[in-house]
Design a binder for this molecule. Structure first.
Ligand code: ADP
Ligand code: ASP
Ligand code: MG
Length: 814
């Protein structure tokens, strides 16, 4: 004999019902079959909604009833039954009875738990009847039997307890004399000894099936649902979750108790003692392997078996100095909750005994608060304890695994993963069996928590990076291209799954939590929502994705002021924008502090020398204990270009114009030519070397003419270049007379920094610097005479984009 249970989705449409019937027909060729069915998907919720509406005198219950009716008749119509089938008439009679019950609730304004059970029982009665009739119509040997005649419970309405010996006997007696090949039973519903209609608790059809399987001592119980087994975590929330092939009864129970809805928690109980395996299968994919729950689980080298979550949790905290060392507080607390039939899901008590924390269903929070405060009225009046604190909108997440007990460091990994992702933990509980570690977190963090924990414990160490880019001009576009081109390489070789989850230019912005399609990003962006800097931050924060990185590819002041907000959300910041790091020292220090505090990297390699590894090298030198004594550098690609091309046969104006046209200067060339840009860069290097200074502390000897320095606009400035050609030729002539080259040099020496034009003699490492190259010479304790030199292209969209790319990868490899 086979026992199979089909859930709400499995019987939720005519197509799925046909699948179910095919499966049953095939099974019945070899064996007799008992099939337990749920109500059509969503119907139990709708019945309860109609009941509440009727109770509250809300006429909407009629509409809800009509929806329930339509859903069933649509399915019946699609099943194409013979006209002779009595199904329509019988279903109509059942629906009329349902309507009368709802009218009654409406009239008396009351929905007791007893009536509620009567009400919801219609769901399973209807679905099982429709399926049985359809099978009869197809000439299969089938009987529809009401489980209420077989399963006897106490009168604990909405979650009744089963009297197992009476129930087992009824089931065995019935099937002893049954002659049909297939029996269809409604799940979830039962009757009390007094003949009242009861139910086994939400999700209880699984339990009905387990009771039948145990009574009949079958070889295996099959639970057919809408996913291919019990997954490593809820597949609806974590795309990378995968089915667990084999799992122990204890682990399955623990996962389901902690929210894995795929199995109703009490289901394991009846089959456990008899060692009947439970096979979870997918009606929509019948050939998928599914999950076997049994004792026969090899002790493989796994530790964490699954991760689950329970939603709608409220946390109660009872605290006060009057509790310390005095027995009896917990007893009274739990007694109060038990009298109110409030289920406690999680308990923690610090050894100081100063407080007890309890996790309960959010719906019970109000009543819990009132009754507990009443219990401790005296102590509260005497200020021995505080009124109970209730926090809502929380969830529990739990790691489950039989083998966790013999491994150290799992909770460490769990909490550091959550911490890194800025997920605040409100309470922690670990059972002494160490099969479960649970944490209470904000409801809004659940998806991120499950995804990051899943990545940590189940994915072949692939790390997902979620990149949010602001500024997709020249450099930004190159960065997107590089990401697109390298995605596969990164996945295969570095185990990094890099996705762009947000993109913005100055006009529009777009987001996609599954990663923006990089083949069509331009078209999507053109159609995006209106851009705003704060809006970009808010959307990034709201998506709340793990390993989020904000990339600033602008030169914008305002964008730089937002880094603080990103870092506070544990969102990493990668910037080629120099403004933040060369801003006021206090701001620079604040950003560094926030980066440490919130575990959010703040990287800006491209602030100096574009893609050249200058800051990274400097950081590595310092991290390894070296000390920077001085830095000599040519850090401006644009100035280098200008002075490499300027001579007595060219005009200064023409050369600057050409540099601007080729994109080597800032839009306002004065930022480069006045030395401000270079001053910012040496300031950043000085700060990274550990010296606290501001931009004003840098000595800047200008080479521009007086009128050039005083010009009011970019146009005026260009005019002064023509007018003052002689001034610039003079600079060139002076250098030429000494056989020198003009280079714009930045220096940092003994805590002081300066920038200015210098005449560089032959033989000096700067002398032959070409095009837009940069060069940096680090003199350190370990490199006292021969400096460490880094040299190469220091400007250009491609190299800057690859510098940004490298910073992002640095975070990925962390
Ligand atoms: P049925 O109606 O067949 O009883 P349920 O909706 O009760 O189905 O349970 C199946 C659902 O359980 C899945 O669709 C999935 O959303 C949810 N679920 C939660 N956690 C898990 C998990 N760890 N593995 C599989 N499914 C899970
Ligand atoms: N129909 C019931 C519910 O939705 C029982 C079940 O589907 O298992 O809770
Ligand atoms: Mg279910």
């Amino acid at each position: 004999m086979k026992v199979l249970k089909f859930g709400g989705t499995s019987v939720g449409s005519s197509k799925n019902i046909n699948n179910v019937i095919n499966i049953l027909e095939n099974y019945s060729k070899k064996d007799t079959v008992v099939c337990i069915v749920s109500a059509v998907g969503g119907i139990t919720d709708k019945l309860l909604l109609a009941g509440r509406q009727a109770q509250n005198k809300d006429n909407g219950y009629i509409e809800t009833f009509n929806t329930i009716k339509d859903i069933h008749f649509n399915i019946i119509n699609e099943l194409n039954l013979d006209k002779s089938s009595p199904i329509v008439e019988s279903v109509d009679i059942k629906l009329n009875a349902l309507k009368s019950l709802l009218d009654g609730i409406f009239l008396i304004n009351e929905l007791s738990p007893k009536t509620s059970d009567k009400l919801v029982s219609f769901g399973e009665k209807l679905s099982s009847f429709i399926i049985a009739e359809t099978m009869k119509n197809r000439a299969l040997s089938v009987e529809h039997k009401n489980s209420q005649d077989l399963i006897t419970t106490n009168s604990n309405f909405t979650k009744a307890e089963v009297y197992s010996s009476i129930t087992n006997k009824s089931i065995q007696d019935y099937f002893k004399s049954a002659t049909q090949r297939i029996t269809i039973l409604p799940g979830f519903i039962s009757k009390s000894k007094l003949g009242e209609e009861t139910t086994l608790g939400r999700g209880g059809s699984d339990f009905t099936a387990a009771i039948v399987a145990a009574a009949l001592k079958v070889e295996q119980l099959e639970i057919w649902t809408d996913v291919s087994g019990m997954f490593t975590t809820n597949p609806k929330l974590v795309k990378q979750a995968y089915p667990i092939e084999k799992i122990s009864y204890q682990e399955a129970m623990e996962l389901s108790h902690f929210g894995a809805k795929v199995l109703y928690p009490p289901t394991v109980q009846p089959v456990l003692d008899l060692n009947i395996p439970i096979h979870i299968k997918n009606t929509l994919e019948p050939h998928a392997v599914g999950t076997i729950i049994s004792n026969d689980v090899a002790n493989g080298n796994y530790t964490v078996r699954g991760i689950s979550n329970i939603e709608n949790i409220a946390l109660l905290t009872l605290q006060g100095s009057g509790m310390v060392g005095i027995p009896g507080f917990s007893k009274r607390l739990f007694e109060t909750l038990s009298q109110e039939k409030i289920n406690v899901i999680l308990i923690t008590q610090a050894s100081s005994e100063h407080s007890i924390c309890l996790g309960i269903d959010e719906n019970d929070a109000e009543i819990a608060k009132t009754t507990i405060d009443a219990t401790f009225e005296n102590e509260i009046a005497l200020h021995k304890i505080d009124p109970i604190i209730v926090e809502k909108e929380l969830s529990i997440i739990a790691l489950v695994g039989d083998n966790m007990k013999s491994h150290q460091g799992i909770s460490g990994k769990m909490f550091s993963t959550l911490g890194k992702n800025n997920i605040n933990i409100r309470a922690i509980a670990q059972g002494a069996s160490e099969k479960n570690i649970s944490a209470v977190i904000a409801k809004t963090d659940v998806k991120k928590a499950l995804n990051s924990l899943h990545e940590q414990f189940f994915e072949a160490k692939t790390k997902q990076l979620n990149v949010f880019i602001t500024g997709v001009g020249n450099v930004g576009e190159k960065l997107v291209d590089q990401i697109k081109q390298q995605r596969k390489y990164l996945k295969d070789n570095l185990k990094i799954n890099m996705r762009i989850a947000g993109l913005s230019n100055s006009r529009k912005m777009i987001f996609d939590e599954d990663g923006i399609d990089l083949n069509t990003w331009k078209e999507q962006l053109a159609e995006g929502e209106k851009a705003s800097l704060n809006g970009f931050f808010e959307s990034t924060k709201k998506l709340n994705l793990r390993n989020s990185i904000f990339v600033d590819v602008t030169a914008n002041n305002e964008v730089a002021t937002l880094y603080e907000k990103y870092l506070r959300q544990s969102i990493g910041v990668v910037a080629c924008n120099k403004i933040a790091c060369s801003s006021d020292l206090e701001n620079y220090k604040l950003l560094k502090r926030l980066s440490l505090k919130y575990n959010a990297p703040f990287l800006f390699e491209t602030n100096v020398g574009a893609g050249l590894p200058i800051i990274d090298t400097l950081n590595n030198l310092i991290a390894s204990g070296d000390k920077i004594t001085s830095i000599h550098a040519v850090l401006s690609g644009s100035l280098n270009f200008v002075f490499n091309n300027f001579n007595d046969s060219t005009k200064f104006y023409d050369v600057v114009k050409q540099a601007a046209a080729e994109g080597y200067t800032e839009p306002d060339p004065r930022i480069d030519l006045s030395g401000v840009d270079v001053a910012r860069k040496i300031l950043i290097l000085a700060r990274e070397s550990g010296v606290e200074m501001n931009l004003e502390d840098i000595e800047n000897t200008p080479f521009l003419s007086k009128s050039g320095l005083e010009s009011g606009s970019v146009d005026d400035f260009y005019k002064t270049l023509i007018k003052d050609e002689a001034h610039y030729q003079q600079l060139y002539a002076s250098a030429k007379a000494k056989n020198c080259q003009l280079k714009y040099v930045a220096q940092f020496n003994n805590g002081k920094a300066s920038v200015g034009l210098q005449e560089i003699p032959i033989g000096h490492p700067f002398y032959n610097l070409e095009g837009k190259d940069n060069i940096v010479m680090f003199y350190t304790k370990r490199y006292p005479e021969q400096p460490m030199i880094i040299k190469g292209a220091g400007a250009g969209a491609d190299v800057t984009a690859s510098g940004l790319f490298a910073d992002i990868i640095r975070i990925g490899n962390d």
